[in-house]
Design a binder for this molecule. Structure first.
Ligand SMILES: Cc1cc2nc3c(=O)[nH]c(=O)nc-3n(C[C@H](O)[C@H](O)[C@H](O)COP(=O)(O)OP(=O)(O)OC[C@H]3O[C@@H](n4cnc5c(N)ncnc54)[C@H](O)[C@@H]3O)c2cc1C
Length: 380
């Protein structure tokens, strides 16, 4: 039972945000920047953000050469360019808001590993660079740096070409999310964790009511605000199935430190289905959803033995064929996918907006989607 004081001070806000991942926190940040006096609460069901934002690989990327080519094939060059521009602007906003040091930004560039059968795909490198000139006018985005295959220690039979992108960088995912939490809290946003929204009530014309059942309690707590944002990404399939966001689990592992690790940077292969990077002298490696798509269409935070074994095999055969390594830790995170690969930004009900379905590139897009949400509902 709530007291008079609790009702007075703890449950009524100007804005409520469901989900404390990158998008929810970025939306709260953008709202408080616009309206410093506003009462804003972010309701996060995990003890800390518990979807994709604290589980990811920390690639500050906007698409590899073959990924951008397949985006052109699926839509057209203009649509690809619009997406790249948004990803690039999103990264800029993230860096400016939190500071490069606070997100652990390191710029060693990114590489795509090209196998024998993919060589025809890279013929179009000049065309793609030309298209991207409007966004990156000075230095070409993609160039052949296959001379690094041997010094990096990769399998020379598995990797035939290496395409370098000097604009790609890496961040420290944990530092970035902690900095974002600190940023919003320092400006007066209330961050409530272990607070799962069970139901969204939109029946009142001037209030959105969020029903929360606290752990071990029998009675719901009702949070209210004139406006609310749904930023629960993959888990929107539970609260708002009609949005059609499909969960996609991603498997990740990290090695113990490796003496004399030969490469630095972010790396992709197999059209982005696999990705790895250095973390100091450790290697973080993830992906392989395409090996078991059905099982990985899940919101269950669990390891997939088949995919984890595939990652270890690829690490042994392709990435570190001449080096002993030990796995330190393995984990999984859940992404939210949309049919057309674009995030959903939509008013679902009057004064209830959704910003969900970041697909696999939320580090780049999350800040901008948060900004868009704030622009839609803020008074100024
Ligand atoms: C393994 C993996 C690797 C990735 N690597 C990269 C990468 O290198 N680069 C990149 O750009 N992107 C990467 N991504 C994608 C990126 O992490 C996501 O696109 C981004 O974090 C999505 O942010 P979000 O805030 O929309 O979602 P989330 O981070 O999933 O946040 C949603 C939040 O809502 C909360 N929530 C859900 N339901 C409720 C409820 N009912 N009540 C209250 N709270 C709720 C969840 O606990 C969660 O914290 C990766 C993702 C994964 C899983």
């Amino acid at each position: 039972m709530l007291s008079f004081w609790e009702r007075e001070s703890f449950v009524e806000y100007d804005y409520l945000v469901i989900g404390g991942g990158l998008v929810g926190l970025s939306a709260a940040a953008a709202l408080i920047e616009k309206e410093p006096q506003a009462e804003i609460a972010v309701l996060e069901r995990g003890i800390f953000p518990s979807g994709a934002s604290t589980k990811n690989a920390g690639f500050a990327c906007f698409g590899s050469l073959t990924e951008l080519q397949s985006e052109i094939n699926e839509t057209n060059a203009d649509a690809m360019l619009q997406r790249v521009e948004r990803r690039w602007k999103g990264l800029d906003l993230l860096k400016k808001r939190l500071g490069e040091q606070n997100i652990g930004l390191e710029n060693y560039g990114g590489y795509e590993l090209i196998s024998d059968k993919e060589i025809p795909k890279i013929q179009g490198i000049k065309e793609v660079n030309k298209l991207l000139k409007g966004i990156f006018p000075v230095v070409d985005v993609f160039r052949d740096e296959s001379q690094k295959i041997k010094p990096f220690g990769f399998s020379e039979s598995g990797v035939k070409k290496l395409i370098f992108n000097p604009y790609e960088a890496q961040i420290h995912t944990g530092k970035m999310m902690k900095s974002l939490q600190k940023y919003v809290q320092s400006r007066g946003v209330t961050l409530l964790t272990s607070t799962e929204v069970k139901q969204i009530d939109t029946s009142s014309p001037d209030r959105i009511v969020l029903h929360v059942l606290p752990h071990a309690a029998k009675e719901y707590v009702h949070f209210t605000a004139p406006k609310a944002l749904l930023c629960s990404n993959a888990f929107s399939s539970e609260l708002m199935p009609e949005l059609g966001v499909k969960p996609g689990r991603g498997q990740v592992l990290i090695t113990e430190p490796i003496n004399g690790l030969k490469f630095k940077g972010t790396f992709h292969f197999d059209e982005g289905f696999y990705y790895f990077r250095d973390f100091g002298s450790q290697v973080l490696f993830g992906g392989g959803r395409n090996q078991d798509l059905e099982t990985e269409t899940s919101t269950l935070m669990a390891l997939n033995a088949k995919i984890q074994a595939d990652l270890i095999q690829k690490m042994t055969e392709v990435i570190l064929p001449h080096t002993d390594f030990k796995i330190k830790y393995q984990w999984a995170g859940i992404m939210g996918f949309t049919e057309d690969r674009n995030p959903i930004l939509k008013e679902i009900k009057p004064n209830l907006w959704a910003g969900v379905g970041l697909n696999g590139m939320g580090v780049a897009l999350g800040s901008l989607l948060g900004q868009d949400l704030a622009d839609k509902i803020a008074k100024v």
